[in-house]
Ligand binder design. Sequence first.
Ligand code: ADP
Ligand code: ADP
Length: 229
Amino acid sequence: LMAVEVEGLEKIYQGTGGRRGKQALKGVNLAIPRGSIFGLLGPNGAGKSTLINILAGLVRKSGGHARVWGVDVDRDPRAARAVLGVVPQELTLDPYFPARAALEVQAGLFGIPKAARRTDELLEILGLADKATAPARSLSGGMRRRLMVGKALVHNPPVLVLDEPTAGVDVTLRQQLWDYVRLLNRNGTTILLTTHYLQEAEALCDRIAILADGQVVANDTTAALLRGL
Ligand code: ADP
Ligand code: ADP
């Protein structure tokens, strides 16, 4: 069974304000097995963000099909959002908002009733239990990243997307985040991560697909892919 299935996916951005139109995805096929850590690797402009934005319902595809946990993202966007958590590249935290409150607000956005929220459990898993009332601006870089992951997990999605999780992050923090991603995966979450570091994909991923100029140019187990390089 697949966590994510993408078939013949196309995206054409219309040109605006004198800018030329751009075909960002040119018939992408991908199948991401449930339970895996899957790396989407590729240089800037390859189409990685476009692909995950389509899965997240933020960008409308121009052609093809995309399913998350069996749900068609176009036909049933609400259901698709329920099975997907996305950690964006940029930290989007209100600096004055306490950690627990940030998770509560996110749970509210998903319509999760107060009694059914797992905010404290999540803070525990994230190693932020003692920071529940601390405002985001008082947290370290790693803690902020983990809080972002927490926001993506409040509705308990089976699939978590991490967009360039360690971009601009130092070596120590990168190791911590990698350990953390492995832990989430061991606890049953399928992970799709985008990166332009081969080393990161190599360290974390069971399978790697390489995207270049809107097309999948390689898709294999990490071991097989590295043998071929
Ligand atoms: P990546 O995430 O791999 O860096 P993107 O998906 O951001 O790649 O971009 C793929 C291509 O689509 C790039 O050429 C980019 O400039 C273009 N693109 C991305 N977003 C838009 C947009 N909103 N309008 C027009 N072109 C875009
Ligand atoms: P990323 O590669 O992480 O998506 P970019 O710098 O390519 O970052 O894009 C930043 C923002 O600008 C995104 O929202 C993207 O959709 C938009 N964008 C990128 N390229 C274009 C483009 N050619 N025309 C219009 N918007 C674009």
